[in-house]
Every structure is written in C-alpha cells, then in structure tokens.
Design a protein around this ligand. Structure first.
Ligand code: APR
Length: 239
C-alpha cells in the first residue's frame, strides 16, 4: 500500500470506539436500547410528549461522560494527525472523546452531548456547562432548549459534508459500528473503489454488501493502535 504524508485518512466511528472507555453501545447485549425504548427518549415526538424523560436520559448520558476518558483507540486516531496532513474523523457518537483525545477535524453526524439547541433551529446550538439541562431553559431565540442530538426520524444535517469527506478518502477506517443505522451507514458506498477500507470490530458486522475490506476482529483499544502502527510502518517504507 503506497502511503505518503498527503494520503487522506478518514476514520468513521460508532459506539464501539467508546466501549473501551466504559460507555455502553446501543445494540450489544447490555446496550442502551436494551434498557431504554427509542420511542420514549430518542424521537421528536418523545421531546413533545415525554420532555422530562428525554432530558433525564441525556442528562444521565452527559453525567456518565464526565467520568470517562478517551481510550487507546481515540488516542491512536488522534496520533495519525502527527504523520498525515489530512485526517478526518466522522463519528456517529455524541460523546467528546475524539476531541479530548486530540483529534481536530471531527464531523458529528448525530449531534453532540455537550451542546443544546434551539427547538426552532437545528443549527442554533449553545454549550452546556456540567451535565444537567434544566427542563424549561430557553434558547436566546425564545424556544425551549433541547439536546443537540439527531433523533430517529430527523434529518442528518452533516451528512453532505460527511459524504464529501468520504469521497476524498485514500484510507477509510471503520471502527465500532453495527452499520445498521442509515443514512450514516451508507457512507461506505461513497468510498472510492481504489481506496483501502479497514474495519475494526470484535463482533460480526454485516460485510456482505461491501467490497474489499480488511476486517480486524479486535476491540478498538487493541485493533486501532495496531492498525495505526501498520500505517505508520507503511509510511516509513514509502518515504
Ligand atoms: N471495540 C470495537 N467495537 C466494538 C466494541 C469494542 N470494544 N464493543 C462493541 N463493538 C461494536 C459492536 O460489535 C457493534 O458492531 O460496536 C458496534 C456497536 O453497534 P451499535 O450499538 O449499533 O452502535 P452504532 O453502530 O454506533 O449505532 C449507530 O444508532 O442508536 C443510534 O444514534 C445512535 O449513533 C447511534 C447509531
């Protein structure tokens, strides 16, 4: 594999990249959607009919996040920026562990726990100090604030940007996603045929529809640092 410092690296992550930081995934046996009903905490309707329940759910996610740290997978992904000029992270995660690990070009497809937003304008965000959102705090535009999370059934405003980034990739690394949620999972279809795809996951993601993928059947905290070391070795042999 011919790699240079100008090779464009894109890393597409899901909940599995944060699992080794102690944050639950969604669909594993002890996942969040095994203990909470999506209809009650992650839809626009729930925001109307179960406002307190939704706010409590995301307050709990935020409170838990404050006790967690980036793991070796997040750190290895951030380390790529020391060797490659163009590293982009596209994440389905709403935690800030990629930021805290040091990655600097991050596209959040499903929102961010550490921000709230206007109920009127999906792009009008405000940062949240600490973990607690009060039930009736309002945005400066007068609307009630809500979590800055893309709920099921809502549009994914960052999708176009993510597609443009994906189409440029020379190396596309998928980490810790079941590839079950669209349109995020469709990103794989936008990877150029000549780009190399790697997938790090200890489980059995459905690769039937995919093209040549190097599948690394390991936990992210083990498999991602190993992959990054291989990429750096390939870079050295090319220089
Ligand atoms: N390291 C790497 N991958 C792991 C690990 C680990 N330690 N533990 C679990 N995984 C893998 C699982 O095998 C699975 O493939 O992480 C993936 C988790 O899948 P999901 O729980 O479905 O999470 P994700 O794919 O991110 O969900 C996508 O669904 O609920 C919505 O908006 C939510 O962004 C989320 C989206």
């Amino acid at each position: 594999m011919k790699l240079t410092a100008q090779s464009r690296i894109v890393v597409f992550t899901g909940a599995g990249v944060s699992a080794d930081s102690g944050i639950s995934t969604f669909r594993d046996s002890d996942g969040l959607w095994c203990n909470h009903r999506i209809e009650e905490v992650c839809t626009a309707e729930a925001m109307v009919y179960n406002r307190k329940g939704v706010i409590d759910f995301y307050n709990e996610r935020r409170r838990e996040l404050l006790t967690k740290e980036p793991n070796p997978a997040h750190l290895a992904i951030a380390k790529l920026e020391q060797y490659f000029d163009q590293v982009q992270v596209i994440t389905q995660n709403v935690d800030d562990l990629h930021e805290r690990a040091g990655s600097t070009h991050i596209t959040h497809l499903h929102g961010e726990l550490r921000k709230l937003r206007s109920s009127r304008d999906e792009s009008a965000t405000v940062p949240i100090e600490g973990w607690r959102q009060d039930y009736d705090t309002r945005h400066p535009d007068g609307s009630l604030l809500r979590p800055f999370i893309v709920f099921f059934g809502e549009g994914v405003p960052m999708l176009e940007q993510a597609i443009r980034i994906t189409e440029q990739a020379d190396i596309f690394i998928v980490v810790g996603t079941s590839l079950k949620v669209y349109p995020a999972a469709s990103l794989l279809q936008y990877v150029r045929p000549e780009a190399q795809v790697f997938l790090v996951d200890p489980g059995n993601p459905d690769l039937s529809a995919s093209r040549n993928i190097v599948f690394i059947k390991k936990r992210a905290a083990i498999g991602v640092p190993e992959l990054v070391d291989q990429l750096l070795d390939a870079l050295k042999t090319t220089d």
